[in-house]
Design a protein around this ligand. Sequence first.
Ligand SMILES: Cc1ncc(COP(=O)(O)O)c(C=O)c1O
Length: 493
Amino acid sequence: MRIPERGRPAAEVMTLLDAAGARDLPWREGRTFAYVYEGGRDVEEVAKAAYMRFLTENALDPTVYPSLLKFETEIIAMAAAHLRGGPEVVGNFTSGGTESCLLAVKAARDFARRERGIAEPHMVLPVTAHAAFQKAAHYFDMAMTLVPVDPKTFKADPAAMAAAIRPETILLVASACQYAHGVVDPVPEIGALAERHGLLLHVDACIGGFILPYFRRLGAAVTDFDFAVPGVTSISMDFHKYAYAPKGASVVLYRSKALRRHQIFTAATWTGYSVINPTIQSTKSGGPLAATWALLHYLGDEGYLRFAERTLAATRAIVAAIRANPHVRLLGTPESSLIAFAANGFSVFPIVDIMRQKGWFVQPQLGYMGSEANIHLSIDQSTVDLLPQFLPDLAEAIEAARASNAAHLPPQTAAMLASLVPETFTPETYRQLMAMAGTGAGLPEGTAPINLMLNAMRPEVAGLVMTEFFNDLYVQPREDVEPREALRAEAAE
Ligand SMILES: Cc1ncc(COP(=O)(O)O)c(C=O)c1O
């Protein structure tokens, strides 16, 4: 494919864009239970207008864009107050939860090296901590220990974390809440553990940090997790989740500048401009900052409280429906707006495809270390209006999945999959597995057969399969067919 020889009128390009998006997951009207948080048309319009107003400004250099410095420092101040931090709390605006978690780990690593003389620092993670921390270990070459959680509550186990501490340990991680099951780790106990051992404690509140203080104000029982807890040294919190900001909006906060210093990368050792990067990105649009700041002012505390009330009501209704259904079971007791449920005696995965046919997106999660295969729902303020359609559809999907034979792997297939080991896995193994799953190149139609297979493998092998899948997916398109088809369809109308 080459760069198109001639340009086209803007309207034609827009048609191409619309055609490209025609098969995307529809997210308006609250029908997706992951990926998108929907604040409604007015919120979308304010965010988009603010984003476009500052789209072109470059947050690389806050000295020439004081507007962006103002937005960032004010967003950080509001986030710090929301998480009960004092005026000494500092932080930065990042592109998302993953970047915030990566930066917290990088700051901890460099703090350990410079201030503690630990050359190869180590961190302790409950297995429910977001995979972003494993990514940080991978990218920054940090040692880590994954620790099992309480098998009933899915909360981090402070005793198991204590047992994993070693002389090079610098960082403990807790979640508020963790993504998979929506429960908050016992942060006060883990904070005390961190203080006893002189360790840093990062609380990953990427998904729960914004909404949980509102749930607390609405009378829900929420474990303490923020800067009010002694021992907590840094917190990540996303605005592009329950603050309904466009993607690319998160913050990482530190109890003091002494730790944040180690987050910042600078370089005067090259021939170009002085590089001062508090975050991973260097050149970056001012759009996400402006949109987040605008929404905080547009919705205000009372607007967010109203959204949280709607979200809590929807969550409670769905939790009640799942508890009342004898064929499924909640994993843990959700404390936030995220829930996970497993199936009693049948595979949960077909529910995803059946729900998709009914126009809903729910998210499959593979089993790992005591958490069996399940379905995850991130519930937002838009869900509450849809409960009369969603709850019967979910009940029907559960019933249909129960009756479905598609959800069983023949025992010899399951045994073969379980026997695969990373050492002998090759791209050819991957191709054979995909042929078995009935999947050719490109995006699969149904997800259940693949998830069933992935779930039967060792997680390390499943990881290799997923690598091959994306390595095949992101390749040059063979022909420039789609845009032409779209234009032909447009001309025919
Ligand atoms: C607890 C938690 N941490 C980190 C992340 C990663 O955030 P992002 O997808 O914005 O990079 C998520 C995402 O859902 C999360 O729930």
